[in-house]
Design a binder for this molecule. Structure first.
Ligand code: FES
Length: 154
């Protein structure tokens, strides 16, 4: 459940950072906490976290941009995870990937213009016997063809 404060609520972001600043390697836990609360790590959080941890803004920004798991923009209402691991690739995941990129007009780690879907890669959903697999929000789907994907996204 996302929190109730606005992404511009600097005091709340600072409180999240202050609460974890003593943890070993506090930067990652702080960034995770912000993303858990807001759904992403807004640009406005970078100087606040840098200040709390006595780091440069460039250091914080570098970590945010290095790890793809951190979003820097609000996520879509739904997340489509497309498996890129071997079993799925051998069963057509690459073609599915090309299809979905074209259909949604996004690349991985991006969100559709209407804010409906974010596209994320995943490396095995534990559904290899039913490759290729995708997961939409919490639900895994197997043997996904472009036609089936159209149905799932509609
Ligand atoms: S390789 Fe795709 S679900 Fe395992």
């Amino acid at each position: 459940m996302k929190g109730e404060f606005a992404t511009t609520d600097e005091a709340a972001i600072r409180a999240l950072a202050e609460a974890r600043k003593q943890e070993p390697g506090a930067l990652l836990p702080i960034l995770h906490a912000i993303q858990d609360e807001l759904g992403y790590v807004p640009e406005a959080a970078v100087p606040i976290v840098a200040d709390v941890l006595n780091l440069s803004r460039a250091e914080v920004h570098g970590v945010v941009s290095f790890y793809h798991l951190f979003r820097t923009a609000p996520p879509g209402r739904h997340t489509l995870y497309l498996c890129r691991a071997e079993a799925c690739q051998s069963m057509g995941a690459r073609a599915l990937e090309a299809y979905v990129r074209d259909k949604l007009n996004v690349d991985f780690h991006e969100t559709t213009a209407d804010g409906r879907f974010s596209l994320e890669p995943v490396y095995c959903l534990g559904n290899c016997a039913c490759s290729p697999a995708v997961m939409i929000d919490e639900t895994v789907h197997g043997r996904v063809t472009p036609e089936r994907l159209d149905e799932l996204l509609s």
